[in-house]
Design a protein around this ligand. Sequence first.
Ligand code: ADP
Length: 161
Amino acid sequence: MGKKIAAYPGSFDPITYGHVNIVKRTAERFNKLYVIVMNNPNKEYLFSLSERLEMVKTDLKGIKNVVVDTFDGLLVDYLKRHRIFNLIRGLRAVSDFEYELQMANANRSLFPELEIFFLMADTDFSFISSSMIKEIANYEGDISKWVSKNVEIKLKEKLSK
Ligand code: ADP
């Protein structure tokens, strides 16, 4: 059942070192990891899908076994179409749990063959979220410890507009 392929979906608005950490740890344990930049028409993003895709591709360049893709439909449809039966999500704090539990139950109900793996955020990155990065960047705070140079530049450009 496609044992060695996994998917890691997210908004990546923008990608942080917390995301990169999850990708690196997962890519070592699967033959292929699909990192899927999701586009939900009901969500408001700071960056467009193509901007988010570019930043994800740039930050993940050189990590073996990783394929970056985008999708704007229902995640389980993408997974079924590509015969991916392993889903990866990250957990930072108890506050992530309720949302992730609800999503996991919905996805498993829509796609019973799916297994969902939760990785605990590395302690160094456990407090990093895309929204916190955007807020700090908005006040011109230093975000260089949490995102790549490329993301830092793109955030500066975006927020100065
Ligand atoms: P979504 O809108 O799907 O929550 P995100 O880009 O915010 O998209 O997050 C994608 C996944 O990465 C989620 O499972 C989230 O919990 C996880 N994640 C985000 N930041 C971190 C981090 N610093 N450490 C570990 N996992 C993280």
